[in-house]
Design a protein around this ligand. Structure first.
Ligand SMILES: [Zn+2]
Length: 496
């Protein structure tokens, strides 16, 4: 039992109906055949079973930025460190089946209560992007969560933010040729747009494409401009990393002395169709511009800690009226894709003492997890509240376990959810009325079995094709030397 009395009825002793944090008492939902909430009514407490009485319903969580890392980075030896030297370490990753990798990642998110995710795709094999997208599309259908697939546009600066020849100068002679050639194999804009057209055939109810210029330092200005035009024409959303690290900020300042975000705005990129991930190194005028244009910012607190990026100014973003979502970035604090803990981490890190020591209002965190994240993934906040007519995207938590030690006559529901809920408290998850997690476990896939298969196949792949660890270490040394000499600050301004 998971708080349900029949396949189409859902009952719980408590309901957080929306991000405003209002808590309702005993409630019964009727789920229609169309996957939407057909009826919602208050019921008598005594009509609930003990299990129903101990259940809490709330809208499903949205993960505003991720990469579908079924095989986790720590599992293949990419230790947490600064982003710029961590990126070469990703070459340690063994090749695995893309469906298996995605199904494991999406399954773990579902078991953590995530019903919708921005999946920014990192290819294992750049030539197989379309095949990998097909695998993620299939995994989304099998697991049952809503996926916005960020189609990567990555066509410059493959190794460092700046001149490859300068980087090559820090490497031994035998390594230089490969580095100098790294930029030659990048997919050009026209080829990528043609592939994007083909990929539209992969879309289904739970899988939509978004434009994903990976970041301004990794995407040519003409590509950014073309994406801005395409998004304005077809209404598709754009998802982009932005100013994740201090070195990126230094690169941006050097290449755009007239104002980096103002330059992006001039390209037409800043709109309410855009989500930017990280945004750790914004200036006050940048924050004001993002608010004015209606851009969503996805904060990725765990990732920023693990990759030494810094701490984004959530309070300043919220004060300015920026729409803020939260994402795991495949780098949860405990490497376990626990979205509920991520919300708590963001809340505590950004607590302010100025408002009588009470800190950031938890409803700001709920708004991010429910509304802003959902808009970032789906382009709309429909389903971010439990209401008649809304899609039945509903998370059921084990509130009895969450409040087992409560001694008050009426426990503080929001404080307990934000203060201590974890993936292990997820009892059930519905997406579009379909039960995709039951008794804490995925229904559409056998996640423990898939995890076993993924680990076994990755071990075999690593043994068959071990990474060149010496080359990776040399590249990390060269990257550190490149930034140490300030090479990223030279090279002239970007055009347009
Ligand atoms: Zn990311």
């Amino acid at each position: 039992m998971t708080g349900e009395t029949s396949p189409r009825l859902l009952r719980a002793g408590r309901v957080i109906a929306s991000a405003d944090g209002k808590v309702l008492g005993p409630t019964e939902l009727e789920i229609g055949a169309d996957g939407r909430i057909a009826a919602m009514r208050a019921i008598a407490p005594q009509s609930l079973t003990p299990e129903e009485a101990g259940a809490l319903m709330m809208p499903s969580l949205a993960n505003g930025h991720d990469h579908g890392r079924g095989l986790r980075t720590l599992a293949f030896g990419a230790a947490d460190q600064s982003l710029e030297t961590w990126l070469p370490d990703l070459a340690r990753q063994p090749r695995v089946d893309p469906w298996l990798n995605a199904a494991v990642a999406l399954g773990r998110l579902a078991q953590g209560g995530v019903g919708a995710v921005n999946h920014c795709h990192n290819t294992q094999d750049g030539r197989a992007l379309l095949e990998e997208a097909e695998a993620v599309s299939r995994a989304a259908r099998d697991v049952g969560i809503r996926v916005a697939f960020g189609w990567p546009f990555f066509d410059r600066n493959p190794c460092v933010y700046g001149d490859l020849a300068r980087l090559a100068g820090f490497l031994p002679d035998e390594r230089r040729r490969a580095v100098l050639a790294a930029g030659a194999g990048m997919r050009d804009l026209q080829t990528n747009l043609a592939l994007f057209e083909k990929a539209k055939a992969l879309e289904h109810e739970h899988f939509v494409l978004q434009y994903h210029p990976v970041a301004p330092q990794w995407t040519r200005p003409e590509t950014l401009a073309a994406i801005a035009r395409a998004s304005a024409a077809d209404g598709r959303r754009i998802h982009m990393h932005l100013l994740e690290t201090e070195l990126q900020r230094e690169w941006a300042k050097a290449h755009h002395p007239g104002g980096f975000l103002a330059w992006l705005d001039g390209l037409g990129l800043l709109s309410d169709r855009l989500t930017v991930a990280h945004a750790v190194w914004l200036e006050p005028e940048d924050i004001a511009l993002l608010a004015e244009r209606g851009v969503t910012v996805s904060i990725n607190m765990s990732s920023n800690l693990r990759l030494r990026s810094g701490v984004p100014d959530l309070a300043a973003l919220l004060d300015a009226g920026v729409r803020v979502a939260f994402g795991l970035d495949g780098m949860a604090l405990d490497d376990d894709e626990d979205m509920l803990r991520e919300l708590r981490l963001a809340w505590h890190v950004h607590a302010r003492t100025s408002s009588c020591g009470r800190g950031l209002d938890p409803s700001a965190v709920l708004h991010g997890a429910l509304e802003a994240g959902r808009k970032s993934v789906l382009g709309s906040t429909e389903g971010a509240a439990i209401a008649v007519g809304a899609p039945a995207d509903i998370l059921v938590l084990d509130f009895a376990a969450l409040s087992a030690d409560n001694i008050l006559p009426e426990p503080d529901t929001i404080s307990l959810v934000i203060g201590r809920a974890q993936s292990r408290h997820v009892r059930c998850l519905l997406v579009g009325g379909r039960r995709i997690v039951e008794n804490g476990a995925c229904v559409g896939v056998d996640l423990p079995e898939l995890e076993r298969r993924l680990t076994a196949s990755a071990r075999a792949s690593l043994a068959a094709s071990p990474p060149d660890l010496a080359a990776i270490a040399e590249m990390q040394g060269a990257v550190a030397a490149f930034y140490g000499c300030g090479c990223h600050r030279s090279g002239g301004q970007d055009p347009i």
